[in-house]
Design a protein around this ligand. Structure first.
Ligand SMILES: NC(=O)C1=CN([C@@H]2O[C@H](COP(=O)(O)OP(=O)(O)OC[C@H]3O[C@@H](n4cnc5c(N)ncnc54)[C@H](OP(=O)(O)O)[C@@H]3O)[C@@H](O)[C@H]2O)C=CC1
Ligand SMILES: Nc1nc(O)c(N)c(N[C@@H]2O[C@H](COP(=O)(O)O)[C@@H](O)[C@H]2O)n1
Length: 214
């Protein structure tokens, strides 16, 4: 692992058939107990990163609420700067550090975000260059990141071989549907070569939490 970039933990909850949301975008798969575990993970990292669609669909807070602890910095990948200023992450940005990552070519006026307390980072010409972004974050003192989806964001991190650890909860649901979002979207790998080592298995009632390391 390059020293200059943060350690990346990919965190998600999946259905038995590997989906992270229903075809209508419902994703509240984890039990309360598993969410307590997720919040313990959040308090242990410097930042939580998600893609723009996750913010649009879930309108998450991405805070530590079910346990006591410091909120991580929230990072949203949104190359066009199209996020709604009415989203919870923007509305709470004056209290909880929030970064919006846009591309260098994004012509959108970012002042509407900065006035709400959001720090805007420009990175990558047309699309966000996540390798470069991780270096920028490393320079800002961010040492550990939890990537919390969605499937497209997860794909970019796997594609660039930037995932150091995977923590995935298998929840007792079958969602089906060819348009339902999978743990990893994108075009996918052509070869079976991207392997991880199983380090821990936790059973939480009806769920199994798998911990894999690169
Ligand atoms: N069960 C679970 O654990 C979780 C479930 N979810 C679910 O996942 C769904 C959303 O997933 P999905 O639609 O795949 O979208 P994502 O949330 O992954 O957002 C993808 C978008 O982020 C923007 N983006 C910009 N640069 C990058 C980059 N370098 N890498 C990745 N993304 C980039 C892109 O938009 P642009 O081109 O405009 O910049 C891209 O289309 C929701 O339904 C949500 O509920 C999400 C998280 C966890
Ligand atoms: N680990 C996990 N389990 C689930 O069941 C989930 N739905 C998610 N989703 C991620 O957490 C975000 C919601 O966070 P808040 O409760 O609003 O703080 C969501 O947007 C996904 O990134 N994760």
């Amino acid at each position: 692992m390059e020293k200059s970039r943060p350690y990346v933990i990919l965190s998600a909850a999946i259905s038995i058939d590997g989906k992270i949301a229903t075809r209508t975008g419902k994703s509240n798969l984890s039990s309360r107990k598993d969410l307590v575990r997720v919040h313990n993970l959040r308090k242990s990292v410097d930042a939580v990163l998600v893609g723009k669609n996750t913010v649009n669909v879930d309108d998450p807070l991405l805070t530590v609420r079910y346990v006591k602890g410091k909120n991580p910095i929230r990072i949203i990948l949104d190359s066009k700067g199209s996020l709604s200023i009415k989203s919870n992450v923007v509305k709470t940005a004056k209290k909880i550090p929030t970064m919006l990552v846009v591309s260098e070519n994004s012509s959108k006026n970012v002042k509407k975000f900065t006035t709400k307390g959001v720090q805007v980072i420009r990175c990558g010409k047309k699309k966000i260059d996540i390798k470069k972004l991780l270096k920028i974050l490393g320079k800002k003192g961010i040492k550990k990141i939890a990537v919390e989806g969605g499937g497209t964001t997860n794909w970019y991190f796997f594609k660039e071989k930037l995932v150091d650890e995977i923590v995935v909860t298998i929840t007792p649901y079958v969602l089906g549907g060819s348009t339902a979002i999978s743990l990893v979207e994108g075009v996918g790998f052509g070869k079976i070569s991207n392997s991880f080592k199983l380090k821990k298995i936790e059973k939480i009632q009806n769920e199994i939490v798998l911990h894999y390391m690169s």
